[in-house]
Design a protein around this ligand. Structure first.
Ligand code: AMP
Length: 398
């Protein structure tokens, strides 16, 4: 069965058409600037050239229509008719406490996701617009929702509660939820396969280090803690997000700079992280280039990032009373040997030993620890689209 995987944002829509049995990607691409002047479709069939088509996309329905047209196009299409799409898998960001696993999308499910909109006001409504657009253009095709938060619903109370008055949890469900769940789940399962160990008897720490970044402790196949919280702002320093800070900093800066809470949130989300600390860029390639030239601004941002990741790994090793496997994934995790090495240099006390030759790897699955290392360390590319296609197939087949 072919599964169309959709990741819909407020002005963009990423897609992949995947043969869920062979797991081959038949075509992929994205629609950019939906609802904005200059919208375009980027489309790439497997083994073919990337093509860009400028076209008016006033809304997501037009964007989905462009994608479907491209998939069945006589010259560059990969299927003959839309009947060859057996199901659609949607990435949904926030399922609150309502969704602990993926689910077939019904009207009740849409209402339940809408009830979580306050928790992810930028993402959930956009995700649902994508669902509605697909329903309109592919009536009768089953749709599945795969939540970023669902994998972390196994976190125990002690890990998900904030040290706040309990009434805020009771009344508003203010708690830690965590994100990147599809990635943490995929990578931790794959690591168990690579290590030849049963998933339900393994302690794994997954470092998803991309522009957004989070660490997850996976014990016996369950997420027991993760660094993001109510929103994706908590935890690591990220590309532009601050991660953990003393909340007192917010009041202090607000007073000094005469800013309101929304302006402060904008700073914490868009102007902080390695971008803010370096004043150079949110992209690790730029920071590494700056550091190589001896620019301390690049060095201080990279060091602050690495130190924070190492601290979380130490914390999660304590949370699980040990760790068997550490994985690095996403943009920086998969492509940054120097960052991986610098993080692992903090972990010698735990018996982590990196094989410098093996660590010279980008974007490939590889064991990067030595044979003597007490903990196996992997570079392990994530594949959220494939994970969504798998979940979709499993639910639609039932
Ligand atoms: P993601 O959000 O997973 O797509 O990751 C994006 C980030 O990965 C970019 O901001 C870069 O900082 C980082 N990245 C991508 N390629 C490389 C590379 N070759 N070396 C270092 N960092 C990279």
């Amino acid at each position: 069965m072919n599964v169309l995987v959709i990741n819909c944002g407020s002005s963009s829509l990423k897609f992949q058409l995947i043969n869920a049995e062979t797991e081959a990607v038949l075509a992929k691409g994205l629609c950019e600037r939906i609802g904005i002047e200059g919208s375009q479709l980027v489309y790439q069939p497997a083994g073919g050239e990337k093509e860009k088509t400028l076209a008016d996309m006033p809304g997501h329905t037009q964007a989905v229509q462009m994608v479907l047209d491209a998939l069945v196009n006589e010259k560059t299409g990969v299927i003959k008719s839309l009947d060859e799409i057996g199901a659609v898998g949607h990435r949904l960001v926030h399922g609150g406490e309502k969704f602990a696993c993926s689910t077939v999308i019904t009207e009740e499910v849409i209402a339940a996701v809408e009830s979580c909109n306050d928790l992810a006001p930028l993402h959930n409504p956009a995700n649902l617009i994508g669902v509605r657009a697909c329903q309109e253009l592919m009536p009768g095709v089953p749709m599945v929702g795969v939540f970023d938060t669902a994998f972390h619903q196994t976190m125990p109370e002690k890990a998900y509660l904030y040290g706040l008055p309990y009434e805020y949890y009771d009344k508003y469900k203010v708690r830690r939820y965590g994100f990147h769940g599809t990635s943490h789940s995929y990578v931790s399962k794959r690591a168990a396969e690579l290590a030849g160990r049963p998933y339900d008897q393994l302690k794994t720490i997954v470092c998803h280090l991309g522009n957004g970044a989070s660490v997850c402790a996976v014990q016996d196949g369950k997420s027991v803690d993760t660094s993001m919280g109510l929103t994706p702002l908590e935890g690591l320093l990220m590309g532009t997000r601050s991660g953990d800070i003393d909340p007192g900093v917010m009041e202090y800066i607000a007073k000094k700079e005469d800013k309101d809470i929304y302006q402060i949130m904008e700073i914490l989300n868009k102007k902080s992280g390695v971008f803010g600390v370096s004043g150079i860029s949110s992209d690790f390639r730029d920071l590494e280039a700056a550091a190589e030239k001896g620019d301390h601004a690049g060095v201080r941002a990279l060091e602050a990032f690495e130190y924070r990741v190492a601290k979380y790994i130490g914390a999660y090793a304590a949370a699980m009373n040990g760790v068997d496997v550490i994985c690095f994934t996403a943009g920086v995790g998969e492509n940054g040997p120097d960052t991986r090495k610098a993080i692992c240099d903090y972990l010698g006390f735990m018996g982590v030993e990196i094989d410098d030759e093996a660590n010279k790897v980008r974007g490939e699955e590889r064991l990067i620890s030595t044979a003597d290392s007490k903990i196996k360390v992997y570079c392990l590319p994530t594949n959220e689209e494939l994970a969504i296609a798998r979940e979709t197939l499993a639910l639609v087949k039932k």
